[in-house]
Design a binder for this molecule. Structure first.
Ligand code: NAP
Length: 292
């Protein structure tokens, strides 16, 4: 436990609930390794209290904040500046102090892309299939755009939410085209042609750990060189990734995205080289010791 003094500075994460957040573990390990007199804590903030909490945290002098569910979109109303990527995604996960108020960005996009950058692919020929149309799906599509994919197929269960996703996407200045597809139709045609399948739904997590968003038969439709990327990081691997591994496909779980979005946020706050291996070790050790 580092010595907390009157000079110790504060960083934190707000969400509701937030006690499950793994960010304090990763961020405090990195802060200690860097020898910084900064402590990172979690604040449970109920949605109706968000404006006063954001203002109060500003007055308290806290140096920066991560934002998690359910505040990633609503917090945007409380900021004086948004980066282009946060505007594109329509969600914010990192705040830092500007001269007169909080500024915000979205590091989930960078985190999502980080493990894909190690894959030697011609992204300009790849049309990813994204399962789910929530907040993470928006970051994923923005990441695919940055990689250079020309188009993405977004698969959802609600035609209304899918249409809204597409409409909002088309309102922005985007290079990537979004096609939407209803979940209950066969995914065979899109799966057989994609080199990247991304799960952004919670199917496979927590009480849904015995479920996969895709049937084993459908996994077999994917080309043998396809990547299957599940944003879920507990359990590791998810049933979807086990199915993909059984079929010999490349798999990526959500841990690296979690680490890299956190490292990008920490860099935004402290402007120093971030000890990413330490964040990775402490996170993987915690997950394995806690049976997740
Ligand atoms: P969200 O905004 O609530 O979106 C979840 C999406 O999943 C929605 O489109 C929802 O559909 C869909 N969905 C939920 N249950 C479904 C079901 N049974 N069948 C079909 N679709 C279903 O949540 P989010 O913020 O995007 O997060 C989604 C997942 O990504 C979570 O598991 C989260 O842990 C993970 N994530 C990981 C990282 C990381 O760093 N690794 C970062 C962010 C998120 P409806 O809209 O129709 O309800």
């Amino acid at each position: 436990m580092p010595l907390i003094t009157g000079k110790t500075q504060l960083l934190g994460v707000i969400g509701y609930p937030v006690s499950h957040s793994l960010s304090p573990i990763m961020q405090n390990a990195a802060l200690q390794a860097m020898g910084l007199d900064i402590c990172y804590v979690a604040f449970p903030i109920v949605p109706r209290d968000l404006p006063q909490a954001i203002a109060g945290l500003w007055s308290s002098g806290i140096q920066g904040l991560n934002i998690t569910i359910p505040h990633k979109q609503t917090v945007m109303d409380e900021l004086i500046h948004l980066t282009a990527i946060a505007q594109q995604v329509g969600a914010v996960n990192t705040l830092w102090r500007g001269d007169t108020g909080w500024q915000g960005t979205n590091t989930d996009v960078f985190g999502f892309m980080a493990p894909l950058r190690h894959q030697n692919r011609d992204w300009s020929t790849i049309i990813p299939v994204v399962l789910g149309n929530g907040g993470a799906a928006r970051a994923v599509v923005a990441g695919c755009e940055q990689l250079g994919c020309p188009e993405a197929v977004v698969v959802g269960r609600s035609s209304e939410k899918l249409a809204q996703f597409q409409r909002q996407w088309e309102q922005g200045a985007h290079k990537i085209l979004v096609n939407i597809q209803q979940w209950d139709t066969s995914l065979t045609s899109v799966l057989s042609q994609t080199q990247l399948l991304v799960n952004t739904t919670p199917i496979g997590m927590g009480h849904q750990a015995d479920y996969s968003p895709i049937a084993q038969d459908s996994i077999r439709q994917l080309p043998p060189t396809a990547i299957v990327y599940d944003l879920i990081y507990t359990p590791r691997p998810t049933l979807l990734l086990k199915q993909a591994q059984a079929h010999g496909l490349v798999t990526i779980d959500g841990t690296e995205m979690l680490i890299q979005q956190g490292a990008a946020a920490l860099h935004q706050w402290v402007k120093k080289e971030i000890p990413i291996p330490i964040m990775r070790d402490v996170l993987l050790d915690f997950l394995s010791r806690n049976g997740r």
